[in-house]
Ligand binder design. Structure first.
Ligand code: APR
Length: 181
């Protein structure tokens, strides 16, 4: 089970997996960080596909903690799963549960459309300010729980853009492993 979860350092737009996850915002019209990189690499059709989702409230196509899926157009992946992580507000605004929801629902949606592999960036850990070590624990625990419960995925890849993120995920994975042995 452990082998299915990989941690690598790199650029998620280059990932050769069935689905890559985008750390989007609720409006889903692109932005900076990994969102900007994914839109640039996927091409203009990605923005058109995002615009096709109806607004569930003013300027909200995807509420925080939820997911939407589009084709990946010019990327190597087949799909982009757009999720919206919580903005860090000190930890008293349901941020942990919302971040866990992003990882869980992204995996569920990937499985639903027949994906066998999925790659994640460190959702909420850039512009949205979520503390990286806390986010790393939540993401590793959520993914491992789903894999242990039989989610039919061959590979889940956590892609760290920075060294600090890579280290936080490595540490979270070894804590999780130690807790189980
Ligand atoms: N590949 C992998 N990870 C990346 C890449 C990339 N090409 N580019 C950036 N990252 C990393 C960042 O270093 C950070 O660790 O993704 C993580 C998430 O950072 P952000 O992209 O800032 O995402 P988030 O914190 O969830 O903020 C979302 O930023 O640009 C906007 O539209 C987006 O408004 C939304 C907000």
């Amino acid at each position: 089970m452990q082998k299915k979860l990989e941690i690598i350092q790199g650029d998620i737009t280059k990932a050769t997996v069935d689905a890559i996850v985008n750390a989007a915002n609720e409006w889903m019209l692109g932005g900076g960080g990994v969102d900007g990189a994914i839109h640039r690499a996927a091409g203009a059709k990605l923005l058109e596909a995002c615009k096709a989702f109806p607004e569930v409230r003013t300027k909200v196509r995807c509420p925080t903690g939820d997911v939407r899926i589009t084709p990946a157009f010019e990327l190597a992946a087949k799909f982009v799963i757009h999720t919206v992580g919580p903005i860090w507000r000190g930890g008293h605004d349901d941020e942990d549960r919302l971040l866990e929801s992003c990882y869980r629902r992204s995996m569920q949606l990937a499985v639903w459309v027949g994906c066998r592999s999925i790659a994640f960036p460190a959702i909420s850990c850039g512009a949205y300010g979520f503390p990286i070590r806390r986010a790393a624990d939540i993401s590793v625990r959520t993914i491992q729980t789903m894999l242990n419960n039989g989610a039919p995925l061959d590979r889940v890849v956590l892609i760290a853009f920075e060294r600090e993120t890579f280290q936080a995920w490595q540490d979270a994975l070894s804590h999780e492993h130690n807790a189980l042995t």
